[in-house]
Design a protein around this ligand. Sequence first.
Ligand SMILES: [Zn+2]
Length: 266
Amino acid sequence: MVLPRLWQRVGEWRRARALQRHAIPDTLWETVLAAYPFVARRSAADLQALRTLASLFLSRKEFHGTQGLQVTDEMALAIAVQACLPILGLGIEAYDGFVGIVVHPDEVVAPREVMDEDGIVHAYDEVLSGEAMGGGPVMLAWTDVLSAGETAELAYNVVIHEFAHVIDMADGEADGVPPLASAEARDAWIACIDTEYERFAGRIDAGDDDTVLDPYGAASVEEFFAVALEAFLVAPEGMQREHPALYELFCRYFRQDPLARSRQDN
Ligand SMILES: [Zn+2]
């Protein structure tokens, strides 16, 4: 069986070449880490893995700025680092389903229509800081990407939010359930996230405005998955306190523990 070994070697060679071509200069890496403390506090091993993943991400994805926005190396790396945080333990293949990333200078106003139960269509504008479509490009507003260091304490992160949708949709459906290896794992996931979602939506309905997770997560279970993943990665202490079962589920699935470093330090 020569062929599989040959393919493996070709794969390794391509990966090594991509890493070499897209090696991240030290100063650029340090600049981006300094902007995002929730990344910088990860262990040395996590940061090394993240840097490798970010290089592979930059070699495989295409960035497009709109309205004259030039996507610089620093901007692309800022997006790559945050996008790769969820897949730190999964590998770059988790993002094989799309190529393009569209970066708008600011939030985008999208005209929407909704039909009510009487069949009357209502038009409204939705302000978007990001959007992910199945198999399509991921759209991000640069202003929101830039402020992610400050908004981490609100458990808010637009890049992680949109890439959570990418991971969710990798099995073809946006339903808060990412690709899982078996029917049992899928059932266990659904049982956990549905319970957590119902409890969270109940709190929001009751007027609780002191949740760690963004109240937007009450909109649907897929939005709950996305805001929970934001919190898991940028505000893990609060996420673990309010959703311990979901925190453990995410640790197992994403093969990482964002609190590991602080546990070590204590
Ligand atoms: Zn969303």
